[in-house]
Design a protein. Structure first.
Length: 364
């Protein structure tokens, strides 16, 4: 395997030297520059795999460098150097893979973060190659053209998707709509649920005018009720193993509704590891949807998880006059055929399912 190409960008020479010394002995080619402008030129010349950039530098800072790299199609994995966790979280929200705090941590922690960045870089390369090999652009559809259009034309197959939101914001309904649309497109699905039994899920979806009973009988949809065990063994590790097993059985799309009870009392590194495991499956052609309550994890962890995901749909409820409406923010859909960033108002009508409400009507 070709050596990792790494570029360090910091106006502080002591930081540059410390990072270069830390990386000695690693299987990588390391270069260092003092300004964002130099980094932009160097990254083009060397095709850096990973760029470690200080957020705050004279002239072009790390965030501006990140935006310019993405604007010209450079897919280098960016690690931000930040003087506070708030600044680091902002960098991740802007598209950085992760951040390192200054003063710098122990060498072992820096190496670990860089190795994770490299693994993520390779996974996304494999995902892109798998999608490029598809003869037609395949997406996870809701079966509703209007809703799909708001999601950039649909979520590309091979994506890791997070659907998060508050209670009663419509997370499960949106997920079930996507399950139904995907079944109609001919895909095989496995649906892990902590919310329903098989019978109650069928009834719930029938109440939305989306009947999946025939798909269950034809074994195109496998519904797997779950209970979170009170044991020393990691529930997330067990869940990931079960998801892998379903993929081996031939499922194209794997749904977890909801992940909330699995992560409520779980340490952040283990939650990240679970999402990384799902990401590996996606790099092999699987499609994974995870549903989670917004308050199940800390704000910082949520930022890290959404950075890992290819698609992020965030739901909430809002007051509109004398009624509550549901709102979906299409935060990102990597590989979408159209622009995303849409904010969609909708309501759920018994017997009809999801119905988009024009913004003017929702506000009036």
């Amino acid at each position: 395997m070709e050596a990792l190409r790494l570029l360090i960008v910091d106006d502080d020479e002591a930081v540059r030297q410390a990072l270069m010394q830390t990386l000695q002995g690693e299987d990588c080619q390391v270069a260092a520059v003092a300004t964002g402008e130099e980094a932009l030129r160097q990254a083009a010349d060397t095709r850096a795999d990973i760029v470690i950039a200080d957020v705050k530098m004279p002239g072009m800072g790390g965030l501006e460098l990140l935006r310019l790299l993405r604007a010209r199609g450079d897919d280098a994995m960016v690690l931000a150097l930040a003087d506070s966790a708030d600044v680091g979280r902002r960098a991740v929200q802007e598209g950085a893979f992760d951040y390192l705090l200054k003063p710098l941590a122990e060498a072992a922690e820096i190496r670990h973060t860089i190795r994770r960045a490299l693994e993520r870089y390779e996974l996304e390369k494999r995902q892109a190659a798998w999608r490029a090999a598809q003869h037609e652009r395949a997406v996870v559809s809701t079966g509703n053209a209007e809703i799909d259009a708001k999601m950039g034309g649909g979520i590309p197959l091979g994506s890791l998707t997070l659907i998060d939101g508050h209670s009663h914001a419509g997370k499960s309904v949106l997920t079930q709509q996507m399950v139904w649309g995907s079944l109609r497109e001919g895909y095989r699905l496995s649906y892990f649920t902590t919310e329903n039994t098989v019978k109650s899920l069928v009834r719930q979806m029938q109440s939305l005018n989306i009947d999946v009973l025939d798909y269950i009988l034809l074994r195109r949809l496998r519904v797997i009720p779950m209970e979170v065990a009170s044991s020393r063994q990691s529930n997330l590790t067990t869940l990931l193993a079960a998801i892998r097993s379903e993929r081996t059985r031939g499922s194209d799309i794997l749904v977890v509704d909801a992940l909330t009870p699995f992560v409520l009392s779980t340490q952040a590194p283990e939650v990240v590891s679970f999402f990384e495991g799902c990401k590996r499956l996606c790099s092999e052609g699987a499609t994974t949807l995870c549903v989670m309550h917004s308050h199940a994890v800390s704000g910082e962890l949520l930022v890290r998880l959404t950075s890992l995901c290819d698609a992020h749909l965030s739901l909430r409820t809002e007051e509109a006059g004398n009624r509550l409406i549901k709102v979906m923010e299409v935060a990102k859909v990597r590989g979408a055929s159209r622009n995303t960033g849409n904010i969609v108002s909708f309501e759920i009508e018994p017997g009809l399912g999801m119905r988009i409400i024009p913004i003017s009507k929702a506000q009036g």
